[in-house]
Design a binder for this molecule. Sequence first.
Ligand SMILES: [Zn+2]
Length: 179
Amino acid sequence: MVTRRGTVVPPVMDFRALSRNSKKIRTSIVLGSDYERSEWIQLGEIMFRENDRNSRGTWLLGAYLSNATDFEHDAAWLFKMELIGVRFTSCEYGQTSFEGWIKSDNGEDFRIPPPDYNPLKHKGTSKCDGTAKEYCKRGEPHVIVPEGFYLPPENPELFNIVRGRRIEVTTGLYVKEEP
Ligand SMILES: [Zn+2]
């Protein structure tokens, strides 16, 4: 979609069903400039941290798939991307907000899947009952996504639309009931 000002807007993606704790935590990611803002991603729990050592100043924003691991029983990613210029903007009413710019120089690190992404429904998906202590790090039943789904695939088409653009992230306790 293209707005009146000629900005390309990617489709809204609802990852609530695939992300962790979406009944308790709600996160909204808005793609924006000073004049135009558009809802981009909705989900539950996110993870957000500054990269260490040589990558200080770049931040990792991502989310894990709910109750799913790769074949090594490590949590599998729903998405991840790198931000720069991160700035804390507010914390009020139980909601924390920050903004940042999508790092524009490396499409390999940009792993936002298409809206219909769902490795949990892949036919190669299996289950672990969580009881094998010698190799299961989870210790409770979970899904194992097929090899190659630890991360979503690269998405150069979407990366070219959003690279270098500002996002606003608001995350916190979910208090409103669904209508
Ligand atoms: Zn396991």
